[in-house]
Design a protein around this ligand. Structure first.
Ligand code: CP
Ligand code: NVA
Length: 320
């Protein structure tokens, strides 16, 4: 009798697809598992032990779609998938038919027939949500205009390596209330730490995210005084003043100049506080060279930890 292999769409799938879209969409317990797995991945090194490897990983492929530039996310996801035992297909948006108007919904359905996971760096968060709505494989947020959850998983991991468990500690965000700040707000609620944000009022984080965090019982302070946010904090974080896709650079630099992280500001933080920045950084703007290249800076640990964190995120998405 002639047997035909089943089309991929009708193979048995896990009941719920584990998308990694935002930290507010995943339970505190699952996020804790992901960070613990990230620590374990780092300890294990390049050869991922069997218990941390998803079933069937040697046949699994990750598609990585980039609508905007990336160094860390691109390289760390690529290596992470390979070190788990799978393969990757990097795709630039301009090379895909979506660049010529093919609907995202069709693209998501087509890619789901080929690959096992889709990582997307999107200009618009809506595009990510559309992929997730139509894909039948996990979709991972590799940064949008709204959030950057993979970064903050690596940041939590980095904090814990230097300072121990993050629960109950204090993190100060200084500068633009941007996409990375949003993921920090989500994380403050899910991991139970105090987050103090110092932003110029014109560049405050989105009110709906603040409202969500406070309604969830998050300990979040919003101020326009960098000194107030940083006082006795265990960690000071900042980011570029001009994110990808933003055009009003001159206005932003003017508004944000009082929020530069320098030695004087770091002195107000707790003794032994760490400095974090997701990179790319602009020395002399959001941070002085003496801070980012100084002894309190853990920015290259953060960058390295993207790799270990991506392995944990992919393993979780693929069923570990
Ligand atoms: N931090 C971060 O996401 O860096 P890339 O833009 O280089 O991926
Ligand atoms: N906020 C920055 C982060 C870069 C990793 C941006 O969106 O460009």
């Amino acid at each position: 009798m002639l047997t035909r292999s089943q089309p991929k769409s009708s193979r048995t799938r896990p009941k719920a697809v584990r998308h990694f879209l935002d930290l507010d969409q995943i339970s505190a317990a699952q996020l804790r598992r992901i960070v613990d797995m990230a620590h374990a991945m780092k300890k294990a090194g390049k050869r991922t032990p069997k218990e941390l490897r998803p079933k069937g990983i040697s046949d699994a492929v990750l598609a990585m779609i980039f609508e905007k530039p990336s160094t860390r996310t691109r390289v760390s996801f690529d290596l992470a998938m390979r070190q788990l035992g799978g393969q990757t297909i990097p795709l630039n948006h301009a090379d895909l038919q979506t660049g010529r108007g093919e609907p995202v919904s069709d693209t998501a359905k087509v890619l789901s027939r080929y690959v096992d996971c889709i990582m997307l760096r999107a200009n618009k968060h809506e595009t990510l949500l559309e992929y997730a709505d139509h894909a039948t494989v996990p979709v991972v947020n590799g940064l949008t205009d709204v959030s950057h959850p993979c970064q903050v998983i690596a940041d939590i991991m980095t904090f814990e390596e230097s300072k121990g468990p993050i629960k109950g500690r204090t993190v100060a965000w200084v500068g633009d209330g941007n996409n990375v700040a949003t993921s920090w707000m989500h994380a403050a609620v899910r991991f139970g730490f105090e987050l103090r944000l110092a932003c110029p009022p014109q560049l405050n984080p989105e009110a709906r995210v603040l409202d969500w965090a406070r309604a969830e019982g998050g300990e979040i302070l919003l101020t326009d005084e960098a000194e107030e946010a940083v006082k006795a904090a265990d960690c000071v974080v900042t980011d570029t003043w001009v994110s990808m896709g933003q055009s009003d650079a001159t206005r932003r630099k003017q508004l944000l100049s009082p929020y530069a992280v320098d030695d004087a500001l770091m002195k107000r933080a707790a003794k032994g506080a760490v400095f974090m920045h997701c990179l790319p950084a602009y020395r002399g703007l959001e941070v002085s060279a003496s801070v980012i290249d100084g002894p309190q800076s853990v920015v290259f640990d953060e960058a390295e930890n993207r790799l270990h964190a991506q392995k944990a995120i992919l393993a979780w998405c693929l069923g570990v």
